[in-house]
Every structure is written in C-alpha cells, then in structure tokens.
Design a protein around this ligand. Structure first.
Ligand code: SF4
Length: 395
C-alpha cells in the first residue's frame, strides 16, 4: 500500500518518488546492530534500487522499491525484529538513551491513542544537550534541558526559530508538552499555526523563557564520549546517501560494534569499539567512501534528492554537490544548500548559501553567509549547465 498525500513514508506505506517507492524507518535507540543494519542494506539491494539514505533528522530511507517489492522488503525488515520502526516517536540526541521525559511523552501518546490523530509530520524533540544536540532540527514541540536542570519549551521551529513558551522543572514542562499534544491531536494541525490566545494560555503556569544560547551544529564525525563512559565512532554518509553494498561492507568491517545509531546530519555512530578498532574502522569507512574527517567539504553541503530520484527535480543535486566538494567548496563557514526545485527540501539551519532551480533558471541566495566569487560563479554556471542538460534530456 502506498501512502496518502501529505503523509510521511513508512515501511508499510512507502512514498512514490522519481526513482520508485521510498520507505523511511527509524529503529529505536539500541535496536540496530551491524548485523541488522547489513540485513536492511541487503534487503534494500534485493528489493530497491540499492540506494539508502540517512536523513538530516537521522532517519533511514530505502529508495527504488516497487509496488511488488515493497511488501517483500517490509516482510524482511520485520523479520529482523527491530521493534517499532515508524509512527510517532519523540526524537532524542543519539549519544545517550532517551531521557525519562521522552519516555513519558511516548507512553502518553501510546496510552491515549493520539498517534493516528496527529498530523503526519508532527514531531517532538527532547534534548538534554551533548555534542550532537538537536538545535538544527525543527519540531512542533521542542524541549531543551539547560545546564541548571531546568527545561525550556518552544513550538514550531528549531533552536533558533522556535517560539519559546517558557521554562520550568521536568514535571511542569512535560505536562505542558502533553497539553500541546492533546491540542494537536484534537485539531489535526501543527503547533506553528496556534493562535496567539492558545500560546498565551500555554504560557500560564510556566516560568518566563530563558534565552537559549546558540550552539555549534557539530557534524556526527569523529569520536564522541557517551554518557555511560564509553565512546562512539561517528561517520557520515556523503550527501546523505550510500550504496547498499558499501553499507554492508562497513557493517562487515565492524561486526564487533555493540550498536549502530542513526544520527542527525546523515550520521552513523558505532558503539562498543576500543581505540585501536576505531582507527581500523575509520580506515575501512574512508576506503568505502564514507565521510570520516570533520573538515571534509561534503559535510558542508546539503543536497536534496534531485534528479533522477525526484520527479520534480530540475537538476542532479547530488552530482552538483560532488563537483562542489571535489573543487574544495564551500569553506566550512556556512552550509551550501542545493535544491533542484522551489520546494527547498534539505534546507539546513544556520548560515547558508542556497542554489535553487526554478522555472527557467537557478537562483542564488545567502543567509548569514558570504560566499566567495569563485563559489558564486561555480554554482551559477554548473547549476545552469546541469539544469539545461536535464531539460534537453526530458524534452
Ligand atoms: S527540493 Fe524539489 S527536487 Fe529536490 S527533493 Fe525536494 S521536491 Fe524533489
């Protein structure tokens, strides 16, 4: 069964795209091992077009399924016993188990059957800080724990754009979040659309919102300390994509990793490896084409699916991204966003240079970033060349 319009792709209801059906899954914290991830990749190779993605939000996508192969793929994934892989779940940072507040919200939604009443894209993030925080991720409800243990609650945005309603202790803020979820389930709408009176009512009983300090948006690449005293090895998928056989090979190079966690900004975190194995797995990942260095230019480019994966695309965004990275662009002081149509998928937070293909041309815009003349020229010339090439091909 394919999905209804406006819904998010799932395992049982994949979404139609330019290269077939796309399924999205998000195994719970602790559910994924190298063996299970290799099992997913092998199934993706058998039943899809062999391309997998880890999204900017840290979800796993499988591309190129067909109406016939999607149910077979789903059966194989279910046999891996990953637990629930889609549906509503609070998003939490990957370096620690979900905190009690996240569990409370998940349990409430399940106990009250709110999931089916919530708009498909309704999301909640619960963030207890750490190197790989969720500030860049937009959510209907954003909960962030401050250094003093107090919580901040905001709606309808990311760490920089959310409307902060107030602060309080964990119990108070959790209750406010559940009230908002009840409102969202009643209306079927999104928190960004709340009326001023609703926001004012939600602010009652909360302490005034404290200023949320801007935090560096770190890439999930390198070694990270875990709350339990261990460490995780982080690597990233170049432009969010990997071939199934490369992912299988990575998993086979790290069979002794205890767990694999999906991380925002297209990352994979492998836990349970000692220092010597970190180096060996890094080298294997590098040889397979993964991003293993924090200054790799591929980390600073966010490219939408583009052609041929998306039917709306006006250029091959991944090919343009690869060219820009190979040319040593950009310089790391901002993110480069390549969008093959006006929809602007994959828009990153923070300083950004956008190249967007529109009807008849490509447009360049900047927010908080000053691209070099070389980058500007490259983007306009190559973007236009790839746009015209696709136009000729499809014409
Ligand atoms: S921005 Fe447009 S072309 Fe790119 S993935 Fe989104 S809908 Fe497709």
């Amino acid at each position: 069964m394919t999905m209804r319009r406006g819904a998010c792709p799932t395992l049982s209801a994949p979404m139609e795209t330019g290269d077939g059906l796309l399924a999205r899954i998000a195994p719970a914290h602790g559910a994924l091992t190298p063996e299970k991830l290799a099992g997913i990749a092998k199934a993706a190779g058998r039943h899809g077009n062999g391309i997998l993605e880890v999204t900017a939000r840290g979800k796993l996508q499988i591309r190129g399924l067909t109406a016939e192969s999607a149910p077979l793929f789903a059966t194989e994934i279910n046999a891996l016993e990953l637990g629930a892989v889609d549906g509503f779940a609070v998003e939490t940072p990957p370096l620690a188990p979900p905190p009690p507040l996240a569990k409370r919200i998940n349990a409430y939604v399940a106990a009250h059957g709110l999931g089916p009443s919530l708009a498909p894209k309704v999301s909640v993030t619960v963030d207890c800080s750490g190197a790989l925080h969720l500030d860049a991720i937009s959510a209907d409800i954003k909960l962030i724990m401050a250094d003093d243990g107090q919580w901040l609650i905001g709606i309808g945005g990311n760490g920089a754009t959310a409307q902060w309603l107030g602060s309080g202790d964990e119990q108070t803020i959790g209750t406010a979040a559940l009230t908002i979820l009840d409102l969202l389930a009643e209306s079927g709408g999104r928190a960004r659309d709340f009326a001023q009176a609703q926001k004012d009512a939600l602010r009652a009983g909360l302490e005034p919102a404290v200023q949320h300090p801007a935090r560096v948006d770190s890439a999930p690449v390198g070694r990270f300390a875990l709350k339990d005293g261990g460490s995780a090895l982080g690597i990233a998928l170049p432009f969010g994509q990997v071939a199934a056989d490369a992912l299988v090979a990575l998993c086979e190079a790290a069979p002794d990793a205890r767990e694999v966690r999906l991380a925002p900004r297209s990352g994979l975190l492998l836990t349970g490896l000692d220092g010597a194995r970190h180096e060996e797995v890094f080298q294997a990942a590098h040889a397979l084409g993964f991003v293993t260095q924090g200054d790799d230019p591929r980390l600073f480019i966010a490219a939408c699916a583009g052609a041929p994966a998306c039917a709306s695309a006006r250029f091959d965004a991944k090919a343009l991204a690869a060219e820009a990275a190979a040319a040593g662009l950009p310089d790391g002081s901002f993110r480069l966003h390549l969008s093959a149509c006006e929809k602007g998928c994959a828009q990153p937070a923070g300083p950004v240079v956008n190249l967007i293909a529109v009807e008849g041309c490509c447009t360049l815009s900047c927010v908080g970033a000053k691209p070099s003349g070389r980058l500007r020229t490259f983007l306009i010339e190559r973007g236009e060349t790839l746009r015209a090439a696709l136009l000729r091909k499809s014409g």
